[in-house]
Design a protein around this ligand. Structure first.
Ligand SMILES: [Zn+2]
Length: 234
């Protein structure tokens, strides 16, 4: 999986031929690699692939990465805010209905009030911070940096799996959650986004982990496409 990424990391201004190290396969030139990259579908994964493995190009394309990150995060943020707005409205209605125009409060109204209140609290608990969009650049920068520099998971050696406890077959590695890389600590992530550790745990962890998971998945898919195109070019 990583071979294409590593070849790409060696892309430079020269037209040196690279030995793919796969014995028997023809050498790939920069042009072959760039052409294969050009066939990877546009989007977040492709932009991450370039930002992580071909930083020179990634820097030139930073605007596209920014747009792709916004396209990833904004719809989910909007969905959460809409759910919160609906829950708040329903709670307001339930409150207003209790003893409407001086009439006695019914059990059904009390039940509905409790339900709406619980729903509002649960919805609020799932919402990312209000200033998520303002902090998006900082979050994305820290996540790209984590993706670029995190080492192999020591528990599974990057294989993403571990033996099942009942001894039958394999399951997703517990230590890395199947990502194959060592997760950074909350403290390290807090520092990277300029927050203190308690603020990270309380507010930022859910959005950080959600973005990391989606960005990693997008980059892996793009890397798979890239490797397929390279194999075709070789
Ligand atoms: Zn692991």
């Amino acid at each position: 999986m990583s071979e294409g990424r590593e070849l790409m990391a060696r892309l430079g201004p020269s037209t040196v031929k690279f030995d793919t190290g796969r014995g028997g396969t023809p050498d790939l030139t920069n042009q072959d690699i760039a052409a294969a990259l050009g066939m990877v579908p546009a989007g977040l994964g492709r932009e991450l692939l370039e930002a992580l493995w071909w930083p020179d190009s990634g820097r030139r394309r930073s605007q596209r990465l920014r747009e792709a990150v916004i396209r990833l995060v904004a719809p989910e943020y909007v969905r959460q805010q809409q759910a919160l707005s609906v829950a708040r409205t329903e709670f307001g209605i339930a409150k207003a209905c209790m003893g409407w125009a001086g009439s006695p409060v019914t059990d059904a109204q009390r039940t509905e009030h409790r339900r709406a209140e619980a729903k509002l609290e649960a919805t609020r608990a799932l919402c990312w911070p209000n200033n998520t969009m303002e902090q998006l650049g900082v979050l994305a920068g820290a996540i790209v940096e984590e993706m670029a520099n995190s080492g192999c998971c020591k528990a599974c050696q990057g294989l993403r799996i571990q033996g099942a406890k009942d001894g039958r077959g394999v399951i997703e590695c517990d230590a890395c959650g199947g990502a194959g890389v060592a997760p950074r600590s909350g403290r390290e992530r807090a520092t990277a986004i300029g927050a203190d550790h308690s603020a990270y745990r309380r507010y930022w962890q859910p959005v950080y982990e959600w973005m990391l998971e989606h960005m990693r998945a997008a980059e892996s898919l793009a890397a798979r496409d890239f490797n397929r195109m390279l194999a075709r070019a070789a």
